[in-house]
Design a protein around this ligand. Structure first.
Ligand code: FNR
Length: 186
């Protein structure tokens, strides 16, 4: 299989983020055909339409980073049943100026992660709603709502459960296949 580069976004800015732990576990788990690298969102300015005339350097860097990867993966918590503001801001920054969205036709996938039982379903699907408008072909199955996430890691942030490891590996393999389909490779 061809090697694809996937830019991943962590929707949490917390220094103790379980989403970041999960993203790091994904980097270790990734099959040969996928190279995962983070696209940071922490330093982005809050989007304003005033920027469209002359995008600030961190916003340009975000768009360039999206342009350089084959696909994008969102690993995100749910805030108040929706997408955390920092991640939504990154979506908005990447989408403008109008007609120059960095997201257009970029294959995407989402994993939502929560200590709660619902596994961030609301954030996951609000993100998918943006994918539709942004013309991002999104992996449909398997869906990834990772609940009870605080119990998934040991003190060194390694995954403790074989079933989770297996599921995440199957998710990454499905995503690799999806990217291949969308980019016309195999
Ligand atoms: C939360 N949390 C949360 N959890 C959830 O399952 N559904 C929700 O709607 C919310 N809402 C919410 C709002 C805000 C402002 C905060 C700070 C937290 C709890 C959240 O899942 C928990 O703090 C996770 O640990 C956040 O992920 P990270 O930062 O650890 O990756």
């Amino acid at each position: 299989m061809s090697a694809f580069t996937v830019g991943y976004f962590v929707g949490s800015l917390s220094s103790t983020s379980i989403n970041r732990k999960l993203a790091k576990a994904l980097v270790k788990l990734a099959p040969e055909g996928l190279a995962l690298r983070e696209i940071p969102i922490r330093d982005l300015p809050l989007y304003s339409q005033d920027y469209d005339a002359d995008y600030p350097p961190p916003a340009r860097a975000l768009k360039q980073a999206i342009g350089e990867v084959d696909a994008v993966l969102f690993v995100t918590p749910e805030y108040n049943r929706s997408v955390p503001a920092g991640l939504k801001n990154a979506i908005d920054v990447g989408s403008r100026p109008y007609g120059k969205s960095a997201w257009d036709r970029k294959p995407a996938a989402v994993i939502s992660v929560s200590p709660g039982a619902i596994g961030g379903f609301g954030a996951n699907h609000h993100l998918r709603q943006s994918f539709v408008f942004l013309n991002m072909p999104a992996l449909q199955q398997p869906e990834a709502y990772i609940g009870g996430a605080e119990g998934l890691f040991d003190q060194k942030s390694n995954l403790t459960q074989e079933s989770t490891r297996k599921f995440l590996l199957s998710f990454l393999n499905a995503f690799a296949g999806w990217i291949g389909t969308k980019l016309g490779a195999s």
